[in-house]
Design a protein around this ligand. Structure first.
Ligand code: ARG
Length: 461
C-alpha cells in the first residue's frame, strides 16, 4: 500500500526517496506559503457559504488555516519533502491541527487551479513594490537632473564625441525609459489580477461554487472565464519576466556608462565609497562593483525569460508537470529586479559629478562641427556642401591641433565667405546646447520644463 501520499489511493508501489525528491517543489514553492493559506481560507469560506460543506466544518477549517498563518509568521512551520509541494504540505499540516475534517478543504478544487491561484497572488502582491522602487529611482533621476539641467557634457554616438548635451538631458532619457518600464509593470497587473480558482482540474466543477465571492475575498479584479485557460496560462509570469528583462537591459546600459565614466580616462563621475569596492592587492583601486553586478545580473534575467518561454513552448493545454518549472525563475527575478533598482537609486544618490571635466570634454573635440554646418545652411549654402566645407576645416584643425572656435576668422572665411564674426558665439558648446529648443531637444529650458512635467507626474502617482 502506498496511501501515505495524498494522491496515493490507486498506487501499490512507492517511488524511491530520490525520485520523490526530483518531483518535489517544496524547497522553493514554500515561498508561496502565505498565498496558499490565503487562497485556501477564501475557498473554505466559499464552500461553507454555498453549503458545499457544513458551515461548522468551514469554520473549523478556516480557524485551522488561520492558526497556520500565525505559525508561519512565527516561523514554526516545517515542511516535509515527502509531501511534495506547498499545497499538500499545508493540507497535511492542517490535518495535524484539526483532524479529518481538513480533508474537506480540497472539495471542488484541484492543485492545478490552486497552484495557479497561489502564483497569481504571489506576483500580484509584489508588483506594487516593483512600481514603488521604480518611482523612487525616477525621483532620484529627477533630483540629479535638476542639479545638472545646465551641466554640459559631450554627447556620444558610436562612443565618439557627437554633439554637446546636458547631463540633465541624459538623465531624463533614462527617466523616460524607466517610465515605459513602469507602464509595462502596471499593465502586467491587469493580466495578473485574474482568479484561476474554480477551474478545478481543467473542466470546472459540478459543485455549486461561487467564484466571484472567492475573487472578492482575494481582491482579484476578474476571474478566468475559461477553465482550460485558467490552469494553462502563465502569460502573467512571462510578461513579468519580459518586463524585467527590458528593465534590466536599461539598467545595464546605465551601468555601463557609470563604469566607463568613472574611469581615469573619462573621470566624469565618481561613485560614492558606499557603492564602490577596493582591491585586495591594489591599494589605489576603487571599483564600480555594484554597477558591474547589476550589469551582470541582466544575464540571469534574460536566462529566466528564455527558460520559461521554452518550458511553455508546445505544452498541450491544461496542467503539465513541466509547469512546476515556472516559479523559481520568477522568484529569483523578483528579488533581482527589486534589488538592482534599489542599488541604482542608492548609487545615483551619492554620485559625485565632475562638471568641469564634462564641460572640458566639449572644448577641443570638434563636437561643434554641426553648428558650423547648420550656420552655413541658414546662410543659404546647401547642407551637403556645408558639410563638406566643415569637413575640410575639421581636417585642417586636426592637423594643426586647433579647435573650430579657435580657428582664425580669415581661415574660416577662406573656406566659406559667408562666415562672420558671430560664428564664435555659435560655436560655444553652451550655445549649441541652448539653441536646441526643438521638442525633445537638449536645451536647458527644455530640460527644466521636462523636469517640472515629470515632477507633477510623480506627485500624481
Ligand atoms: N507542485 C506543482 C507545481 O508547482 C503543483 C501542481 C501539481 N498538480 C499536479 N496535477 N501534479 O506546479
Amino acid at each position: 500500500m502506498a496511501t501515505t501520499k495524498l494522491w496515493g489511493g490507486r498506487f501499490t508501489a512507492k517511488a524511491a526517496e530520490w525520485v520523490d525528491e526530483f518531483g518535489a517543489s517544496i524547497h522553493f514553492d514554500q515561498q508561496m506559503a502565505a498565498e496558499d493559506l490565503e487562497g485556501s481560507i477564501a475557498h473554505a469560506k466559499m464552500l461553507g457559504q454555498q453549503s458545499i460543506i457544513a458551515s461548522n466544518e468551514s469554520e473549523q477549517i478556516v480557524a485551522g488555516l488561520k492558526a497556520l498563518q500565525q505559525d508561519l509568521i512565527a516561523g514554526k512551520l516545517t515542511f516535509d519533502v515527502k509531501n511534495e509541494d506547498i499545497h499538500m504540505n499545508m493540507e497535511s499540516l492542517l490535518t495535524e491541527k484539526i483532524g479529518a475534517v481538513a480533508g474537506k478543504l480540497h472539495t471542488a478544487r484541484s492543485r492545478n487551479d490552486q497552484v495557479a491561484t497561489d502564483f497569481h497572488l504571489w506576483v500580484k502582491h509584489r508588483l506594487p513594490h516593483v512600481l514603488d522602487v521604480i518611482t523612487d529611482l525616477q525621483q532620484e533621476l529627477l533630483t540629479l537632473a535638476t542639479r545638472h539641467a545646465g551641466t554640459i557634457m559631450s554627447g556620444y554616438t558610436h562612443l565618439q564625441h557627437a554633439q554637446p548635451i546636458t547631463y540633465g538631458h541624459y538623465l531624463l532619457a533614462y527617466f523616460d525609459m524607466f517610465q515605459r518600464d513602469y507602464d509595462r509593470f502596471e499593465f502586467n497587473q491587469l493580466h495578473t489580477d485574474i482568479l484561476p480558482l474554480g477551474a478545478a482540474a481543467l473542466a470546472g466543477t459540478t459543485f455549486p461554487i461561487d467564484r466571484e465571492f472567492v475573487a472578492d475575498e482575494l481582491g482579484f479584479g476578474d476571474i478566468y472565464h475559461n477553465s482550460l485557460d485558467a490552469v494553462s496560462d502563465r502569460d502573467f509570469a512571462l510578461e513579468f519576466l519580459s518586463n524585467a528583462a527590458i528593465l534590466m537591459m536599461h539598467l545595464s546600459r546605465m551601468a555601463e556608462e557609470l563604469i566607463l565614466w568613472s574611469t581615469y580616462e573619462f573621470n566624469y563621475i565618481e561613485l560614492s565609497d558606499d557603492f564602490s569596492t577596493g582591491s585586495s592587492i591594489m591599494p589605489q583601486k576603487k571599483n564600480a562593483d555594484f554597477a558591474e553586478l547589476v550589469r551582470g545580473k541582466t544575464g540571469r534575467t534574460y536566462g529566466a525569460l528564455m527558460a520559461l518561454l521554452t518550458t511553455m513552448k508546445s505544452l498541450p493545454l491544461a496542467y503539465n508537470k513541466d509547469m512546476q518549472e515556472d516559479k523559481e525563475q520568477v522568484f529569483d527575478v523578483m528579488d533581482t529586479v527589486i534589488a538592482s533598482i534599489k542599488i541604482f537609486t542608492g548609487m545615483l544618490n551619492g554620485l559625485k559629478v565632475h562638471e568641469e571635466r564634462m564641460l572640458a570634454s566639449t572644448q577641443d573635440d570638434f563636437s561643434n562641427a554641426t553648428e558650423l554646418a547648420d550656420y552655413l545652411a541658414t546662410k543659404g549654402v546647401p547642407f551637403r556642401e556645408a558639410h563638406a566645407i566643415v569637413g575640410q576645416l575639421v581636417l585642417q584643425g586636426l592637423q594643426t591641433h586647433t579647435p573650430l572656435q579657435k580657428t582664425p576668422l580669415a581661415t574660416l572665411q577662406a573656406a566659406a565667405p559667408q562666415i562672420e564674426d558671430d560664428i564664435y558665439h555659435v560655436l560655444q558648446s553652451e550655445t549649441a546646447v541652448n539653441r536646441r529648443t526643438s521638442i525633445g531637444g537638449t536645451a536647458v529650458e527644455n530640460v527644466k520644463k521636462e523636469i517640472a512635467r515629470h515632477e507633477k507626474e510623480l506627485e500624481a502617482r
